[in-house]
Design a protein around this ligand. Structure first.
Ligand SMILES: [Zn+2]
Length: 185
């Protein structure tokens, strides 16, 4: 089932996600609904906060993006990133590599807003799957960027927090408008 995506202004986007201790039918259903919602919206990632649930769960799928490459090692094995999609990650822990890169980002909770954001070029993520397997993801490129963006969401951090002050200033009136729309709704 496709779910409504929470827009900027809703305080749930600032909530830190609760750990998922047990994969219940409810968690599985939520994951399926998040995948459907992300795919319908042509997003590459969606965090539980964005459908109004402050939980440590995110879904990702970068397979439809052809012009921004990624690499992926899954439990130490080099794999074709597209073939490993979609990912459903529970309770992810993120390690950043030092080297950074600037790239364009958008967010399904910020309609029509994009900005260049500096992020680590590659990351290591340890997370649980819906089968309660612990997996290790080593990623670079778009997938590394998407993982950082989504795991930020799980901690209540938004991509506007990562923008430089000039980019944020340029967006200030649009952000204010979004916040006002939320308080009217
Ligand atoms: Zn986002």
């Amino acid at each position: 089932m496709k779910l409504p995506i929470v827009q900027y202004g809703d305080p749930v986007l600032r909530a830190k996600g609760k750990r998922i201790e047990e994969v219940t039918d409810q968690v599985r259903e939520l994951a399926a609904n998040m995948l459907e919602t992300m795919h319908e919206a042509n997003g590459v990632g969606l965090a539980a906060q964005q459908i109004g649930e402050p939980l440590q769960m995110t879904v990702l799928d970068i397979s439809a993006v052809e012009d921004r490459p990624s690499t992926l090692r899954l439990d130490g094995q080099e794999v074709d990133p597209a073939s490993a999609m979609p990912l459903v990650l529970l309770n992810p822990a993120l390690e950043l590599h030092e080297e950074t890169v600037v790239g364009l980002e958008g967010c399904l909770s910020f309609p029509e807003i994009t900005a260049d954001i500096e992020r680590a070029e590659s990351v290591v993520v340890r997370a649980e799957t819906l089968d309660q397997q612990l997996i290790k993801i080593e990623a670079s490129g778009l997938l590394a960027r998407a993982l950082q963006h989504e795991i930020d969401h799980l901690n209540g951090i938004l991509f506007i927090d990562r923008m430089n002050s000039a980019a944020k200033a340029a967006l200030a009136s649009r952000l204010k408008r979004l916040q006002k729309e939320f308080s009217r709704a």
